[in-house]
Design a protein around this ligand. Structure first.
Ligand code: BES
Ligand code: ZN
Length: 614
């Protein structure tokens, strides 16, 4: 029985197997005029209606074999949108295949699409649009059964004004130019079955450069060379993933570097990962995000969570594989150091949700809850720590890695729950390693890991090689701030730190409740953090300064807040600025004046964070 409380669709009665999209992108009206043909199969007898998820869509008509059907649109639910209830006119027996065609248009209020003015792009000449459908925004791009519970293939035809190009999370299947009409038409085909949240579209002045045998990086021309350089190790990540798991199934792995308002670090849209331009650090220090999105090619995109309660199966597993890949390529110590940094993020988020501890459970209850509201590093880092712990319990990578591969083979193409995952783990371990190993699994505190709030019940021990120097230096600064004497420090302290060490050093500084302003000034004078370009270091430095209510940082924070819209950065910085002495008005004013810069998903979250009711 499939069950997903985040969809309004009657998914137990009928399921989509294929979607055929026809998009006509109108930048003047900021609307996509569209039609979609859904191929459906009834799952039970006497199916007389199809309920689709929609959000802010204008439905024009619904056809069944060319004949118009009656439909109604239910009142809107703030979290889940409006159910489109289509009356099939006659009951269908089980296993009946049929098609529905819905003509509709999107609207400006939709949350999946961000429309950018030319001024919001690098080139400043052409408009741009991109979508972000995870978790439940596909319903504002197309009427569909918006659930990860089952999968579908899709094809699409997209008409855009010249000279723009369309890209989708699929394989290109032809393009036509019509100079007379001033339009370009692009066709796409995604033959591997995917959940609805992986449908993605971007339109803009896009150019590509090949960076590997199956990879092209796409961007506006202004970012192209930098992006091609930054991501040149992409093929190594993919082939390492193949060695760890199974052959890469999606044919192509392209990257699209989006404009700065892209709300995430990366999004694993199949065949075409979307990434934020804040990864272009010039030193390849942030490419772990690409290793992460590549890992989703197996974890999430092949083996998919059945609903958003088991989201950790997507993200926890992906972080685990990402760190396996980094371990193979950069050494285990570097990979474990990454885990230490992740653990800090987990501590912070669990603290952030202290008044809402149910969100810190690995498998949360989401009935009536918008999955975006519960987003945190818990599924990522608690999930990672859980898998790391299990690996240790059963005897290390020697035992865990063959299981990992078998897990993907077992569930590729399926949507699963935590129980499915756990049952398979038990049966694999018993079958391949015997009952003694199975008895080891019984020592795991399953209930605490899966269903209790707060920090993990077991602390993993990670290699401290890279971490020690960061912690020691932070401790020395804390000691020094007490006497306000800083002569012992010089730029040599961090000269040999890699970028991740600088991040972890700053994370440690953030652990101290407040810092003396004289220490902040000395830190900046000696290490030059305020001027740093690397977005992860800049973010941590600004966070550290705001926590100590260091006002001279305010203008730099505002500058960073309006230069990009990645939620990982803008949400904490807005919150901290809002809480800092003399910062609240500035935070609210900055947001209100610049709201249009942000993606609708990000804007909605910041609004909640700042308790604005606009
Ligand atoms: N799939 C996620 C992004 C996402 C999650 C979008 C939930 C919408 C809802 C993506 O793979 C991701 O995890 N991105 C991270 C980067 C990663 C290295 C942890 C991000 O955006 O920061
Ligand atoms: Zn992810």
């Amino acid at each position: 029985m499939v069950y997903d409380s985040s969809t309004l669709s009657n998914i137990t009665e009928v399921q989509t197997t294929h979607i055929d999209l026809n998009f006509n992108v109108d930048f003047k009206r900021k609307i996509i005029d569209a039609s979609v043909i859904l191929k459906l199969v009834s799952q039970v007898n006497n199916v007389n209606k199809v309920i689709l998820d929609t959000s802010h869509l204008n439905i024009k008509h619904v056809l069944f074999s060319g004949v118009k059907l009656k439909y109604m649109i239910a009142p809107k639910d703030e979290r889940f949108g409006s159910a489109l209830i289509i009356d099939l006119n006659k009951p269908l027996p089980i296993n009946t295949e049929f098609s529905l065609e819905v003509a509709y248009s999107t609207s400006k209020e939709g949350t999946a699409v961000q429309w950018l003015e030319p001024s919001q792009t690098a080139g400043k000449k052409h408009p741009y649009l991109f979508t972000q459908c995870q978790a439940i925004h596909a319903r504002s791009l197309l009427p569909c059964q918006d659930t990860p519970a089952f999968k579908l293939s899709y094809s699409a035809k997209v008409q855009v004004p010249q000279p723009l190009r369309a890209l989708m999370s699929a394989i290109e299947a032809g393009e036509e130019e019509n100079t007379e009409k001033g339009i370009n038409i692009y066709k796409f085909e995604q033959k591997v079955k995917i959940p609805s949240y992986l449908i993605a579209l971007a339109v803009g002045n896009l150019v590509g450069k090949k960076i590997g045998p199956r990879s092209t990086v796409w961007t506006e021309p202004e970012y192209l060379d930098d992006a091609a350089w930054e991501f040149e190790d992409t093929e190594k990540f993919i082939s390492t993933g193949e060695n760890l798991l199974t052959p890469y199934e999606w044919k192509k792995y392209d990257l699209l570097v989006l404009p700065p308002s892209f709300p995430y670090g990366g999004m694993e849209n199949p065949c075409l990962t979307f990434v934020t331009p804040t990864l272009l650090s010039g030193d390849k220090s942030l490419v772990d995000v690409v290793a992460h999105e590549i890992s989703h090619s197996w974890m999430g995109n092949l083996v998919t969570t059945l609903n958003w309660e088991h989201f950790w199966l997507n993200e926890g597993w992906t972080v685990f594989i990402e760190r396996k890949i980094l371990g193979r390529l950069h050494g285990e110590k570097a990979s474990e150091f990454n885990a230490i940094m992740g653990f800090k993020l987990l501590e912070e988020d669990i603290d952030h949700f202290k008044d809402n501890p149910s969100f810190t459970v690995l498998v949360p209850k989401l009935q009536g809850i918008d999955p975006d509201d519960c987003f945190s590093t818990v599924p990522y880092e608690k999930g990672f720590n859980f898998l790391y712990h299990i690996q240790k319990v059963i005897g290390g990578p020697e035992y865990f890695e063959p299981y990992m591969k078998a897990y993907v083979q077992e569930f590729a193409g399926k949507s699963i729950t935590t129980d499915d995952w756990k049952n398979y783990l038990y049966s694999y371990v018993e079958k391949h390693y015997g009952i003694e190993k199975k008895a080891l699994l019984d020592t795991i505190k399953w209930e605490d890991w899966l269903h209790s709030p707060g920090m993990p019940p077991v602390m993993n021990k990670f290699d401290q090689t890279f971490a020690k120097a960061c912690k020691d230096l932070a401790q020395r600064w804390d000691d020094a701030q007490k006497t306000e004497k800083y002569d012992e420090f010089s730029s040599i302290d961090i000269a040999n730190f890699n970028p991740i060490q600088k991040m972890v050093f700053l994370d440690h500084l953030c652990e101290y409740p407040v810092f003396n302003h004289s220490a902040i000034e000395a830190l900046n004078k000696i290490y030059g953090f305020t001027a740093v370009l690397n977005s992860e270091i800049k973010f941590r430095w600004q966070k550290f300064c705001l926590r100590s209510e260091y006002e001279p940082i305010f203008p730099y924070v505002v500058k960073f807040l309006i230069a990009q819209g990645r939620m990982k950065y803008v949400r904490p910085l807005y919150r901290l600025l809002n809480q800092a002495k003399n910062g609240s008005e500035l935070a609210k004013k900055t947001f209100i004046e610049n709201k249009s810069l942000y993606h609708p998903i990000a804007a909605a979250m910041i609004e909640k964070d700042l308790e604005l009711n606009i």
